[in-house]
Write a protein that binds this ligand. Structure first.
Ligand SMILES: N[C@@H](CCC(=O)N[C@@H](CS)C(=O)NCC(=O)O)C(=O)O
Length: 206
């Protein structure tokens, strides 16, 4: 069994899908969380100057989606073949598009700017991303059923659920007008392992 250390900020953000996979796989990992005040000193020591970073037996890996794909493949959350894996990637990439417009709000420097980006996030960006997800899920070859791909819980559903939680920070109850997606989200968070982790995980604003 490998030794895993996941390094991120004290938040869910881009790290939570990775934590979900570890929890579902029953794999122990060190959940190292830096405070934002630590970051200026830590940043130059990270090869990409960004987090999350994953250490696997001391080997350093960057890029959250690379980690998700590797761990999902390893722990049977990546479909039954390459084609399903690609369909899962398609959902992961689409859901991940929540982050850039979210960052615009997070990094706003004035209240006016924040209000403008929040309005655009709620009225344009998130509804567009959710519509794309709904339409992709409905493609016949996704065999979606209760989940996004192949009627089984995969990394696609986990990343979708993480990104909904990201969206909800600046758009509470963002799934209200998307009942089909809301049902998928509810299935993910009612998985007993995920539900237990969500009960005990650190409470953080994002
Ligand atoms: N493509 C990268 C993006 C990583 C990223 O933007 N990380 C943010 C936190 S979510 C970060 O490290 N921000 C601090 C900084 O850039 O100084 C990934 O998916 O891992």
């Amino acid at each position: 069994m490998s030794n895993y250390k996941l390094v991120y900020f004290d938040g869910r953000g881009r790290a939570e899908t990775i934590r979900y996979i570890f929890k579902l796989a029953g794999v122990k990992f060190e959940d190292k969380r830096y405070e934002m005040s630590d970051w200026p000193a830590v940043k130059p020591t990270i090869p990409t100057f960004q987090l999350p970073m994953l250490e696997i037996d001391g080997k350093i890996i960057l890029q959250s989606k690379s980690m998700i794909m590797y761990l999902a493949r390893k722990h049977n959350l990546y479909g039954k073949d390459e084609f399903e894996g690609m369909c899962i990637d398609m959902i992961i990439d689409t859901a991940d598009d929540v982050v850039p417009p979210w960052d615009l709000i997070f990094f706003s420097t004035t209240e006016e700017e924040k209000a403008k980006h929040t309005k655009n996030f709620q009225e344009v960006e998130v509804p567009l991303i959710y519509s794309r997800l709904e339409r992709l899920r409905a493609l016949e070859h996704m065999h979606a059923g209760d989940y996004f791909v192949s009627n089984k819980l995969t990394a696609a559903d986990l990343h979708f659920a993480s990104m909904v939680e990201v969206a909800n920070v600046y758009f509470p109850n963002s799934l209200a007008k998307f009942p089909v997606l809301k049902a998928v989200f509810d299935r993910v968070v009612s998985n007993p392992v995920i539900a237990e982790w969500r009960k005990v995980r650190p409470v953080t604003p994002w």
